[in-house]
Design a protein around this ligand. Structure first.
Ligand code: PHE
Length: 347
């Protein structure tokens, strides 16, 4: 290491002594500034180099670097010492017990419905669908009229509706189907969309009925859309959810906004010859669906002579129950941490 002139050696010794005596981080910073910044010993030494005879320049540069390096190392070391000292001092406070466990930070997780919705969103967006949202407080028009359910239609009795105003113009949506019409109003075909969300019905709650539950609407509108496209999409959905190919069948089903309308059943994914989930039938009622009724296309501003479409209404709450073997729909919105903790996984 470069030798320092006696003058520089004593400057360094003085600075190191100051560092050793410092009792606060600010003092250390001040010592550093004083020595290293403009006007300080090191800076002066460096600034003097051009005025020195060439033979002495190298030595002066090296001396400046040595002072700087030693000073910085000493400042760092003293800083660490002071920090450790502060920690030790805080541990000496009365009542400190190093053997106590640190409080555990609880790691949260996504609700099983959110987990399934996210999976379905990934699946459907990979098929070119967009994910739409709609209002939970809905106009009677979108919830019923535009879906081919006029005021006096008996089909209104199928859905016990929470009404929000005396005139009956506003309802808590009873299904996600109103998003179909909202989607058509704002887009031109081809339309491919899903709309997951909460729906509400005035139900007497029991293990399979709840006033608030989740559905996911699906809508495809394009030229020449057929029941074949619907079946294919539903099979893809089932493969995504259950991880294997699952046979489906259609039964006739009645909903005023589809024609023809179907109930789609899936082969029970849990058994071959009957179990409690499929009630020994090997079939599970999966979802209602059908070809979009021409009145609904018209309500959405789409020409039924040119376009056709299919729609389905997946009962998300039911699907989540099937998937995880949950026996009571009321668990889902109970907010009971003992229930939710069973679904912890990184979502
Ligand atoms: N919206 C209907 C319901 O909740 C389900 C459905 C959706 C049926 C789409 C057919 C097509 O009862």
């Amino acid at each position: 290491m470069t030798d320092l002139s006696p003058e520089h050696a004593s400057t360094l010794a003085r600075l190191l002594a100051q560092v050793a005596a410092a009792s606060a981080a600010e003092d250390l910073r001040a010592i550093g500034r004083e020595a290293l910044e403009k006007g300080g010993v090191v800076a002066d030494l460096l600034a003097s180099i051009p005025t020195l005879p060439p033979a002495e320049r190298k030595g002066a540069g090296q001396a400046a670097n040595r002072i700087k390096a030693e000073l910085e190392a000493a400042i760092d070391a003293r800083k660490r010492e002071l920090e450790d000292g502060a920690l030790l001092a805080s541990r000496k406070v009365e009542g400190f017990d190093a053997t106590l466990r640190a409080p555990r930070v609880e790691r949260g997780a996504l609700h099983p419905i959110t987990q399934v919705v996210r999976e379905l969103e990934d699946l459907f967006t990979s098929m070119g669908f967009e994910v739409l949202d709609g209002p939970e407080i809905e106009l009677d028009w979108y919830n019923f009229e535009a879906l081919n359910i006029p005021r006096d239609h008996p089909a209104r009795d199928m859905q016990d509706t929470f009404r929000c105003d005396p005139a009956g113009e506003l309802v808590l949506r009873t299904h996600t189907s109103p998003v179909q019409v909202r989607a058509m109003e704002k887009r031109r075909p081809p339309i491919r969309a899903i709309a997951p969300g909460k729906v509400f019905r005035q139900e007497t709650t029991d293990a399979s009925h709840e006033h608030t539950f989740h559905q996911m609407e699906g809508l495809v509108v394009d030229e020449d859309v057929s029941v074949g496209h619907l079946i294919h999409t539903m099979k893809t959905l089932l493969r995504g959810v259950f991880g294997k190919d699952i046979e489906v069948r259609l039964r006739p089903g009645y909903f005023p906004f589809v024609e023809p309308g179907f109930e789609l059943d899936a082969r029970c994914p849990f058994c071959k010859s009957g179990c409690s989930v499929c009630k020994q039938s090997t079939w599970i009622e999966l979802l209602p669906c059908g070809m979009v009724h021409e009145n609904v296309l018209r309500a959405g501003g789409i020409d039924p002579a040119k376009y056709s479409g299919f729609a389905f209404g997946l009962g998300l709450s039911r699907l989540v129950m099937l998937r995880y073997g949950i026996d009571d729909v009321r668990h889902l919105l109970s907010g009971d941490a003992r229930f939710l903790r069973q679904f912890h996984r990184i979502g």
